[in-house]
Write a protein that binds this ligand. Structure first.
Ligand code: 6R9
Length: 654
């Protein structure tokens, strides 16, 4: 796998035809971008009108990045309801239009087409069920569901009554789920009996049962019957969604919410400690999600749009549910995986539902690319217009394959760089406005001012052909507002290392043309198949095992996953290394965190390279994991340099 930086940067200018029909062409981008920077209040004041307000705002922006008093407010005196914006306001004009196309895991099960009118009814019923279970404005609801329409109903139902949802990806373990339920003190956990995926079933309800053993007795559990698989049932705690939905009223009035009331919490990994609860609020988030969805994908009325992410990640929040539905789009929700029943599934679904915009992760493309072109070529992909990627840097091989084989050379690829924290796209080429370079996120979105800083001095590096740490000057409406329950951690993580900027945690290069290339994380966060993981999380899972004395975890290049998880493990004195123990530790980490954290390599380490003050030298461990022994740098400052020789000698041959 070559990295983008190693490839000769071929440039693909936008075609005249695409520019002509696009919402934004090069000229308009230039004008709008300049306006957004010169007068953000006027610009965002105008864009705020994309959504319907109950009480219109008079204030647009009130932001401080000053340590000790970081505060981010957009449209603060306006009131609105997100679910009314995604549903009610469309009923007159597109009540009978499909809002959600649901494609089940099993291609033989029929797809569902849910109209805006039906989605409205379903959401209202779910909202009334939650109210009947005691959920009130400001309460937290954890959602642990498969990719089924009920996940969208649940999100919108929470938004409707002003409850704050926190979605936990269905691949997380009971322990991780319990931590998130407790972390936000949730009143209700919504789950399903089982989650079908790739022909297998994850027992979500029994995971939820296991999690709830570690939560307050008062947490209630609302269960969607997806497969009708066997589950245990606790009367008084467990509620049957399917039965209650038959009885529930079809209308629930939307609550009037302040623009800065929280809409959702989403836990994400950082470089230290436990995952943090990223908080997004109501008004600014919706404006930003709607605007980026329309402009980045060049979405037009009547298009069928498909984002393959899971609603458990931020991409699913902004670009399956909130952005598309606020725009009155038809959004496709897929329960399955790219390779089931075979490697042609994505393309079959595109053909079946005549998908116009397709948005996926590089890891999926790399996996499919390896299966050969015939899986793509046998499908009719002539309706595709815009292709997108997200989650990690895309290597040029995968980009070229996406462009040539999937897009037939006629579809612009939007390589969207953004984060859970940013709510929506911060950098991406726009289909009708910008040239594309394989692997480059190219240009900032409106209102976004990227800066490249010297990592040591924190000084802005001007000019082109430069590299450093990526920060963002000033705010945008979709920005996270705080860490749930820990505003100090919010300030410390994002605003303390480089004063006056939002620190992204990513490194970046601005090339000779002024285009941006994300070079990867500069902290101890790794990106495994587009999923963010703190190496510290995997380490603390490992050391929780009785056999493990110490562990250090780093990322290393992996052909399909982008990065794999490489673990150095020091055993307790009385334990011997064995293949069984490797298996046991893998299973252990999967149970502690979830299958996405499963270690790829475990190397026994009699000792770890440490400085004299006891700090693990991760730089060296990364090099060894990468099989790059020539550039270990200075090891003389280590407390015991000989441990490095041992690690190199025994580097796992995987
Ligand atoms: C949306 C999402 C964020 C981190 C981010 C960066 C990496 C995301 C990228 C990309 C290169 C892209 N990342 N998109 N790197 N090119 N187009 O993925 O959010 O899960 O919070 O991850 O992912 O390192 O900092 P999240």
């Amino acid at each position: 796998m070559t990295t983008a930086a190693q490839a000769d940067a071929k440039v693909y200018p936008p075609s005249a035809e695409i520019s002509a029909r696009a919402h934004v062409d090069a000229k308009k981008y230039g004008e709008m971008y300049t306006a957004s920077i010169n007068d953000p209040v006027a610009f965002w004041g105008e864009q705020g009108k994309r959504v319907d307000w109950i009480k219109p705002y008079t204030q647009v922006k009130d932001v401080s990045y000053d340590l000790g008093s970081v505060g981010i407010n957009w449209y603060a005196d306006g009131t609105l309801n997100v679910s009314a914006n995604c549903l009610d306001r469309h009923l007159n004009t597109r009540g009978d239009q499909t809002a959600i196309i649901w494609e089940p895991d099993d291609p033989n099960e029929p797809a569902q087409h849910i109209t805006y009118a039906e989605l409205h009814r379903r959401t209202c019923r779910m909202a009334n069920i939650l109210v009947s279970m005691g959920v009130r404005k400001g309460d937290r609801v954890v959602i642990y569901l498969p990719m089924i329409p009920e996940a969208a109903y649940a999100m919108l139902a929470c938004a409707r009554i002003g409850a704050i949802h926190s979605i936990v990806f269905a691949g997380f373990s009971p322990d991780a789920l319990a931590a998130r339920v407790n972390g936000c003190d949730a009143k209700v956990l919504i789950t399903a009996d089982e989650a079908p995926r790739g022909g297998r079933k994850t027992p979500l309800k029994s995971n939820a049962d296991a999690a709830l053993l570690h939560c307050k007795d008062t947490v209630k559990c609302l269960v969607v019957k997806r497969t009708n698989g066997q589950t245990t049932w606790i009367d008084g705690r467990d509620y049957d969604y399917n039965e209650m939905a038959l009885e529930a009223d079809d209308y629930c009035a939307p609550a009037e919410m302040d623009a800065e009331d929280p809409l959702f919490i989403l836990y994400t990994s950082g470089s230290t400690g436990q995952p943090k609860g990223v908080v997004h609020t109501t008004g600014g988030y919706l404006v930003y999600a709607a605007m980026t969805h329309e402009i980045t994908f060049d979405y037009h009325e009547g298009d069928v749009y498909w984002c393959t992410a899971d609603v458990g990640w931020v991409t699913g929040h902004s670009y399956i549910v909130y952005g598309p539905l606020a725009n009155g789009a038809t959004t496709l929700m897929f329960e399955g995986v790219p390779t089931y029943p075979d490697a042609s599934r994505f393309w079959q679904v595109c053909e079946k539902h005549k998908v116009n915009q397709f948005y996926t992760a590089p890891t999926a493309l790399r996996a499919l690319m390896g299966q050969g072109n015939e899986w793509v070529e046998k499908c009719d992909l002539s309706d595709l217009r815009t292709l997108g990627t997200v989650g990690e840097p895309i290597n040029p091989e995968a980009w070229n394959w996406y462009n040539d084989v999937v897009g037939g050379g006629r579809c612009p690829i939007v390589d969207t760089w953004w984060q859970t924290e940013t709510g929506g796209h911060l950098m991406t080429p726009l289909p009708g406005a910008h040239a594309m370079k394989p692997g480059s996120a190219m240009k900032p979105f409106f209102g976004i001012q990227p800066v490249v800083l010297d990592p040591q001095s924190g000084v802005e590096i001007d000019g082109n052909g430069v590299e450093g740490v990526l920060c963002i000057k000033d705010s945008w409406p979709g920005q996270m507002r705080t860490v749930w329950g820990d505003h100090e951690r919010f300030e410390k993580t994002y605003f303390s290392d480089y004063k006056g900027y939002y620190f992204t945690g990513d490194g970046c290069r601005r090339d000779e043309d002024g285009d941006y290339w994300i070079t990867g994380r500069v902290d101890d966060v790794i990106n495994v198949s587009g999923h963010r993981m703190g190496t510290a999380e995997v380490e603390s899972a490992l050391v929780a095992h009785a056999a493990v004395a110490e562990a250090a975890v780093v990322g290393y290049p992996h052909d399909i996953k982008g990065q794999g998880i490489y673990c150095y493990v020091t055993l307790m004195n009385d334990r011997e290394p064995s293949d069984e123990l490797v298996k046991e530790l893998r299973t252990w980490v999967r149970t502690e965190i979830g299958p996405i954290a499963s270690p790829d390599v475990i190397q026994w380490a009699p000792g770890l390279p440490k400085t004299r003050s006891g700090k693990i030298m991760r730089r060296i461990l990364r090099k060894i994991a990468e099989n790059d022994f020539g550039s270990l740098g200075d090891t003389s400052t280590l407390a015991d340099p000989s441990v490095v020789d041992n690690l190199i000698e025994n580097r796992a041959s995987k």
